[in-house]
Design a protein around this ligand. Structure first.
Ligand code: GDP
Length: 362
């Protein structure tokens, strides 16, 4: 083969013929298509506890594609009669509080007791990792190896309402698939706690001792939502500090009006990392469930939550419909400009847009 470098003067630098590359697209291989199923097939798979079907159905729930949503809604509708028979636990705490470590520890405890656990997350802020910082399998090392655990990251970033709705719908699918314990995790930095609170039976707040601002959460009203406050990292030199923090929280809780549940929130210390005090925390949750089932609050709260979600769905659908209306879509930037340039007041502008919208509807 001729090659300038094969010239006698470059002896020892012989360039050999290379191997032939395989064609990029092999004519013998068919492009692999991901099989999609009918709503009835998904439902059948989910009810049998088929994890692949469950995962795929959750993907449909999370999809914003209209055609996927049609199937997803039908699957949810058919799964609903089989859902609801679980304990739903909301878990919150600032980043670094030890949520992943604790979920791993609590989760393993629950699984050892013979339960099936789904770990979901709500993290609408997580643009940086497209919603995967929470619920990421690598963060829950032990659980991720368990057949009886289903771990799903937060639906990708979007409006809080949208993300929360998807998680709530995912709960229905998981319950229909036989998961009797659901954890919904959220990062304690915003409004997402309220969303999680509106879909769980028990709300657990993970706190740390000695971070300066002793009573974290008190300002943002998160403590009022908590049914239990747990001080993590009560291990080694930190035990006394954790106990002290616990007593501060206990005192602070007395300042709040009594909860509608009739339950007085407990404060416990534990160590997620060393798995110390896990049983006590779980016992507290079981005590709560028994207590509110006995006094009727369990059912009442779930009914209130269903009502809340009905209105949430209405609000969301109305907004979506309005902003996707063709006339509104064209008119909106023009009217917005009028407002920005002081040609119209914001009230006149909104009234005009709404009249156009409702006029079209009539
Ligand atoms: P998250 O951001 O709330 O999910 O917190 P992580 O679970 O990732 O924990 C944050 C850090 O705290 C990690 O370095 C953990 O190893 C550590 N950590 C978590 N739980 C404990 C605990 O019980 N004791 C101690 N000493 N460290 C812990």
């Amino acid at each position: 083969m001729f090659h300038p470098e094969n010239d006698e003067k470059y002896k020892g630098l012989k360039v050999n013929k290379g191997v032939e590359n395989a064609p990029i697209v092999s004519p013998y291989l068919k492009k692999r298509k991901i099989r999609t199923y009918t709503a009835a097939e998904y439902v059948e798979g989910i009810l049998k506890g088929n994890m692949t079907m469950l995962s795929q159905a959750v993907t449909l729930v999370e999809s914003s594609l209209e055609s996927n949503q049609v199937i997803a809604q039908e699957v949810i509708e058919k799964c609903l009669p089989h859902a609801g028979k679980s304990i739903r636990l909301g878990i919150t705490g600032v980043p670094g509080a030890g949520k992943s470590t604790s979920i791993d520890a609590f989760g393993m405890h629950v699984i050892r007791k013979g339960h099936k656990l789904a770990v979901l997350a709500i993290d609408p802020s997580s643009e940086r990792s497209k919603g995967s910082i929470l619920g990421d399998k690598t963060r829950m090392e032990d659980l991720s190896k368990e057949d009886n655990a289903f771990i799903r990251p937060s639906p990708s970033a979007g409006s809080l309402g949208g993300v929360a709705r998807k998680t709530r719908e995912t709960i229905v699918l998981c319950e229909a698939a036989g998961f009797d314990t659901i954890f919904v995790e959220t990062v304690g930095v915003g409004q997402s706690e309220t969303a999680v609170h509106s879909m769980v039976d028990f709300f657990l707040l993970i706190q740390l001792a000695g971070t300066g601002d002793e009573l974290q959460g008190i300002k943002r009203g998160i403590m009022e939502m908590a049914d239990g406050i747990v001080i993590n990292k009560a291990d080694g030199d930190n035990i006394d500090k954790a106990k002290l923090a616990a007593s501060h929280y206990r005192n602070a809780l007395h300042l709040f009006p009594p909860a509608e549940s009739g339950w007085f929130p407990r404060v416990l210390t534990y160590s997620g990392y060393y798995a110390l005090g896990i049983d006590e925390v779980w016992q507290m949750i079981e005590n709560y469930v028994a207590f509110v089932k006995e006094n009727g609050y369990f059912e009442k709260k779930r009914n209130q939550q269903s009502k809340y979600w009905m209105y949430e769905s209405i609000h969301e659908e109305l907004l979506r419909n309005f902003y996707h209306n063709k006339t509104i879509e064209t008119l909106l930037p023009l009217v917005e400009n009028d407002v920005l340039e002081n040609r119209k007041s914001s009230f006149v502008a909104s009234a005009e847009l709404l009249e156009t919208y409702f006029g079209k509807k009539k």
